[in-house]
Design a protein. Structure first.
Length: 93
């Protein structure tokens, strides 16, 4: 492994550790002990993200009306953002 690759991977692990410590409000020393688990979970999440992106892109390419699908998806996202900003909450059972 080259020095550049080792430096980049060390930087990525450091950012992951600091991000998890900040996100879950845990001490950095505790998260550092769990760094291998943090890296594995981050890799799994990234892998699932790539998988779902490729599946969606393939389905969109094969569809007859890709603009309609993208427009509907954008409308759902915008509607969710607007309702969140307005403070609308769904009823809970």
């Amino acid at each position: 492994m080259s020095a550049r690759a080792a430096a980049i991977s060390g930087l990525v692990v450091g950012v992951l550790v600091l991000g998890v410590a900040w996100l879950f409000d845990v001490s950095v020393s505790h998260v550092t002990l769990l760094a291998p688990v943090v890296v594995l979970v981050a890799a799994a999440v990234a892998g699932l993200g790539v998988f779902w992106y490729r599946a969606a892109a393939d389905s969109l390419r094969q569809s007859r009306h890709p603009r309609l699908i993208l427009g509907a998806a954008a409308a759902v996202v915008v509607l969710g953002i607007v309702l969140t900003v307005l403070g609308v909450e769904l009823p809970r059972e």
